[in-house]
Write a protein that binds this ligand. Sequence first.
Ligand code: SAH
Length: 342
Amino acid sequence: MKKDIKSMLLTQLKDEFSAMGLPSYRAGQVYSWLHIKKVDEFAQMSNIPKDLRSELENCFEIYSCSIERKQVSAVDSTVKYLFRLHDGELVESVIMKYKYGYTVCVSTQAGCKMGCAFCASTVGGFRRHLTPSEILSQLYTAEKDLDITVSHIVLMGMGEPLDNYDNVMRFIELITNADGHNISMRNISLSTCGIVPRIYDLLEKKLQLTLSISLHAPFDELRSQIMPVNKTYHIDELIAACRKYAKDSSRRISFEYAMLAGVNDTDECAKTLAAKLKGMLCHVNLIPVNEVAESPFHPSSPQRVKEFTQILEKNGINTTVRRKLGSDIDASCGQLRLRHKD
Ligand code: SAH
């Protein structure tokens, strides 16, 4: 088995190289080819002697991904990629352009096992975890393809990042590494459906990233219906973990709330949501749900979203309504992969 070189930290690469009798500066050179110049082949590492390149090729694999499909929004130049991994699995990434720069939304798993009723990633079931190098490759391949540098990352593509905890943590370590891409920790958002023990683990790491919680309902009964994870980790447990996270990290938590017409958009929902979040350093991000052919939900009307917002605001909860990007290209997670398979 060849080793996955792009998932290695520079210190690990140095150890590997030293065990092979190679000087440590060679590890630095290779690391920079992988993470700054983002090459996919040892043959492209022009300052590495040919013999050494073939030796490296025998020991290591550079896992990358190929562009299976690419869609560019005519409305707002959002770009959606469907990437093929080395074993044929398909994952999606999205590049969004904001005033402050480019944001990439990456997938952390092929498929997902969380089973949220409104989410397209659920439909095909869980395939497998992504390695750190495969999460990096989505970003690197998109950057090379578009000739851009991404400044912000959201872990909001396919999959549940906290269900692939170690690989996601390694990805974050690599992407924020000063010898690599060097993205600011503050520019990373990690979104979870609420795997409570992992939220406490994350808190212990004291990372300056933004935690997003996919809440989508303020009552256990309703939340368990649309998000099975809630049967294991109830709302109050989740909110308690969030309160501790916000307090200890002084980082504002973002609660995602997909507005499902007639399901979770009542006044009562808004009031209960506000009561549960009261006093926490947080804000609520309302998202009119994207319709997925396989699921029965429809977005709440703009009027309902407005009224819901007003109740939250009146009760002291900061609320934003998410601007919809790339609506003409199936830019919400799992949708492109789903259609591709049809
Ligand atoms: N598993 C993680 C991250 C991936 S999903 C999580 O649950 O947070 C990214 C976000 O998109 C989540 O907030 C998810 O609930 C939301 N989402 C999924 N399907 C959606 C849809 N059809 N419309 C709107 N938001 C959706």
